[in-house]
Design a binder for this molecule. Structure first.
Ligand code: IMP
Length: 439
């Protein structure tokens, strides 16, 4: 059976998926994305070169790998070519031979960006803190059956009339909230040359992927954002608008569910969140300074928007929930070295709500805001773990921390990342994924 592995962030994003996907891409023939758009920001460090990817799968950095932008994605053609051109300057060529864009993916158009701004302004204090890239409004159009798909845009008359039709409505909302109406002819003139340039990349990617799986080719499916930002399972309404969890990988690629052979969760040794929304283990008040230390040590600033990320302790309760809904076969634990400077490390192992210990992750954001995290405190190790590649070379307290996390989340830890470079990685065990990590 071909190996088809889904990689999913287990928290609120920025767990370090870029590095892990890049590391594993070598062992796969195809790397595909299934949801989201250029709201993602995956940083990959290769020697002294650093790459930031928003729309393209991280596999693009590896010569010879095929990359797929699946049907579940929303694609801003301008962002696609900006990224392709930037990569070309770094010697990486985004060609139709290597990159396939699903004909069924939806387009993000300039009015989606304008509507994203309007929607956030309308929400005021209740705003989601989106990346303002037009992601939510593009998915709204998709669900509302008025979206423009990549394939639709190939016919310029269809493209023109759909832009006119959709913009008539969008402008009413934009203007009602004091925004500047967009001109349909201008939007068409901006988009049409880009979709024409996109034409050679367009393919029936569902067929491509299923055929590849049938032919025993290996596929890595790369999630963007993370489990707690999933539109169904995340901390709604403070979520993104797509199905980020492993279940979304089948819908968002067209790969039949039984083709998927494993799910790797990416878990960071602490938690961050960018944008608004509840965050039970956030370091606030007396711990704000510690949060700042972690932000600096972990370079926790958004790769897409540059926003400082909110930092907090490891939340095993939330991660257990993520492990359950994604069915993690194994976990990659990232950024262990960031905790090297701490005297003590807290881990949230349970939630108390209104005086009662609860068993399941709350569905309501207002409840999550009232959560009292139940912590266990572990000793720090105060020694550098940067670049450690063997479990036996880790300080004893760091080893205990890793083992403790595995135990409280209930999933084995397959690898630990001890720095941003590919080789700053420690492989622990990969039995659950069929032994492919250590190949
Ligand atoms: P949107 O995806 O731009 O609609 O933003 C919705 C929420 O998801 C906001 O809280 C964003 O900060 C968050 N978000 C979107 N993309 C990412 C990401 O790649 N990493 C972390 N958070 C993200």
């Amino acid at each position: 059976m071909s190996k088809v592995i889904v990689i999913v962030g287990a928290q609120w994003g920025d767990e370090g998926k870029g590095k892990i996907v890049d590391l594993l891409a070598e062992r796969f023939e195809i790397v595909a994305r299934y949801q989201g758009g250029h709201n993602a920001g995956h940083s990959v460090q290769v020697g002294d070169r650093s790459f930031v990817l928003h729309l393209l799968p991280s596999g693009i950095i590896h010569e010879g790998k095929s990359c797929v932008l699946g049907n579940g994605m929303v694609i801003d053609p301008k962002a696609f070519f900006e990224e392709a051109d930037r990569l070309a300057e770094q010697g990486i060529h985004v060609t139709p031979e290597r990159v396939k864009v699903s004909s069924r993916a939806h387009l993000i158009l300039p009015y989606h960006r304008a509507l994203d701004h309007t929607s956030e302004e309308r929400l005021g204090n209740e705003r989601v803190g989106t990346t303002l890239r037009g992601i939510g409004p593009a998915y709204e159009d998709k669900a509302g059956r008025r979206g423009i798909r990549v394939a639709d845009a190939l016919d310029s008359e269809v493209l023109r009339s759909r832009i006119e039709w959709n913009l008539a409505d969008a402008n009413r909302v934009i203007e009602a909230y004091g925004g500047q109406a967009l001109d349909a002819a201008q939007v068409f003139d901006e988009i049409a040359p880009l979709t024409e340039r996109l034409a050679p990349f367009i393919a029936d990617t569902s067929h491509f992927l299923n055929r590849a799986a049938r032919d025993n080719r290996s596929i890595l499916i790369e999630g963007a954002q993370a489990a707690l930002l999933d539109v169904d399972h995340g901390t709604y309404p403070f979520v993104t608008s797509s199905s980020t969890t492993a279940g979304g990988a089948s819908a968002g690629t067209g790969l039949a569910p039984q083709r998927i052979t494993g799910v790797l969760g990416i878990v960071r040794t602490y938690t961050t969140r960018v944008g608004e929304g509840p965050f039970p283990t956030e370091m606030l008040g007396g711990e704000a300074e510690l949060g700042q230390l972690i932000r600096e040590r972990g370079r926790e600033y958004g790769a897409s928007t540059g926003r400082p990320r909110r930092c907090g302790w490891f939340d095993a309760f939330a991660t257990r929930y993520a492990a359950e809904i994604n069915g993690f076969s194994s976990v990659a634990l990232t950024k262990l070295d960031v905790l090297d400077a701490l005297d003590e490390i807290k881990v949230c192992t349970g939630y108390r709500l209104d005086g009662k210990v609860i068993e399941t992750f709350p569905a309501v954001s207002a409840e999550l805001r009232r959560i009292e995290p139940l912590y266990e405190t572990l000793p720090g190790w105060k020694t550098s773990t940067v670049g450690t590649t063997n479990m036996s070379d880790l300080p004893a307290n760091a080893r205990s921390y890793v083992e403790f996390l595995s135990q409280v989340v209930g999933v084995e830890i397959g690898l630990v990342s001890t720095g941003p470079e590919r080789d700053q990685t420690l492989i622990c065990r990969d039995s659950a994924l069929g032994g492919w990590l250590a190949d």
